[in-house]
Design a protein around this ligand. Structure first.
Ligand code: MN
Length: 433
């Protein structure tokens, strides 16, 4: 999308008043999601201000036209997103017209539903979920806890490190976080015991939704990778650190991670994010350049995303006392990612692995290089050694029952209208054991 794309023109306003003046969802965002009303069917909608526009309803009213029309009658976005950026762009241009031009107001307005009145769902049937580890400051911080002199393993600057996660337990914002049980082994104990995790943590990540897939055996070239990403969301890779420490060798994360992954429900498109692209951070002197299959001039020039990230914590006691949420971190994704979204997608398919429409890929925890933007409690509390203090007088090294984590993301910059991702929230509940 060029800078002249009319759908990101900052001068255009919507006749939906709440979309103008700082909403997460102005006319320039138009993220798709899947929603339902009480006892209603799941269906696609687009966020505008405080509302969702019911897409099957306006299609039925004859206001949409395209080869993709029948895909919008589905309860998931897989089929629509599989058509790639061209279809997304066509729908976006039409929605931009319908929501800005007063001529359409009388026909469209009855199909707006308040966001507070609906339930949001995971937008796709996720065939596969993979999680990467491209946040270099996070990888360094965690590595230091085990190897102070040599925090990054030798492959880190050559390989975008990742593993296969679990799709069945990916849920939309608001899903309760049931404290997982598992094997925990204290460092000085002879044998592990089974019980509720005592070191429950979150991980601040971005999620990538795959649109067009690739055939088995046909890698996605780096220059084409961005075209396979339908959009982005927030992702919380809930992690039980005590289970993880005992189980992760030699095959990597398993039960420490697969009990739940939360995502924000809106697919924020590449078109909406175009004004917020930046050059990838330069690699420090002495770092290897990416191998040719991961190197692309266009991606070097604009592969980073200036997405602002914030995580807050409230405890039961804080909520009862009416205290403001505690800000755990603030930072920007562009400074955190050693590998770009395109490099992640290309690497994932580089051996011929096929990505499918609706696949979800996590970036890995995104921490800044300063103490203000750390993306997990493991880093903030330095492995539990330095608990943080809250206004309620409580302290935390890891999450207690009743604690709620809320992640938010937004983009802002000169000459562009601010857009947001909405929330990715989850509250910890007891395991009942
Ligand atoms: Mn992770």
């Amino acid at each position: 999308m060029s800078a002249t794309d009319p759908t990101i023109d900052p001068k255009t306003k919507s006749w939906v008043e709440s979309a103008n003046g700082g909403s997460d969802f102005p006319l320039q965002n138009l993220p798709l999601g899947i929603f339902s009303e009480a006892k209603g069917l799941r269906r696609p909608g687009v966020a505008i201000g405080d509302y969702i526009l019911d897409l099957p309803a306006i299609a039925e009213a004859g206001l949409l036209d395209g080869e993709w029309l029948e895909d919008l009658a589905q309860p998931v976005l897989n089929a629509f997103l599989s058509r790639g950026h061209a279809a997304q762009g066509e729908l976006r241009a039409r929605l931009h017209e319908l929501l800005s031009d007063e001529r359409f107001r009388d026909d469209v307005e009855p199909q707006l539903i308040g966001q507070s009145e609906v339930h949001m769902h995971v937008p796709c049937v996720i065939g596969d979920y993979s999680d990467f580890y491209v946040g270099i400051h996070h990888a360094t911080n965690i590595g230091k806890q085990f190897r102070p002199d040599n925090p990054l393993l030798p492959n880190y600057k050559y390989v975008p490190i990742g593993y296969h996660g679990r799709a069945s337990s990916v849920r939309a914002t608001g899903e309760p976080v049931i404290r997982p049980n598992g094997q925990r082994k204290a460092l000085d104990a002879e044998a592990p015991e089974y019980g509720p995790s005592r070191r429950l943590d979150y991980e601040l990540e971005l999620g990538l939704w795959i649109g067009r897939g690739n055939e088995l055996g046909q890698p996605i070239p780096i220059a084409e990778a961005a075209g396979h990403i339908a959009g982005y969301c927030l992702l919380n890779d809930w992690s039980a650190r005590d289970l993880q420490a005992w189980e992760y060798q030699p095959l990597g994360p398993f039960l420490a991670k697969n009990f739940l992954t939360s995502v924000s429900p809106w697919v924020v498109s590449a078109q909406a994010l175009a004004p917020f692209r930046k050059a990838m951070p330069g690699r420090p002197a002495g770092d290897p350049q990416p191998l040719p299959y991961l190197d692309d001039p266009a991606d070097r020039a604009a592969g980073a995303l200036a997405i602002q990230l914030e995580v807050t914590l409230t405890t039961e006691k804080m909520r009862a006392a009416g205290l403001a949420p505690h800000i755990l971190s603030r930072g920007s994704a562009d400074a955190a990612m050693y590998w770009s979204a395109a490099q992640i997608v290309t690497h994932h398919s580089a051996n011929g692995c096929n990505l499918q429409p609706g696949d979800l890929i996590g970036t890995g925890t995104l921490s800044t290089d300063s103490g203000d933007g750390l993306g997990s409690l493991m880093e903030i509390s330095n492995g539990g050694k330095t608990p943080l203090s809250l206004a309620s007088g409580e302290t935390r090294s890891f999450l207690e029952d009743g604690d709620e984590i809320v992640m938010r993301a937004w983009c802002e910059g000169d000459g562009a209208v601010r857009i947001g991702f909405g929330e990715c929230a989850g509250r910890v509940v007891t395991s009942g054991v």
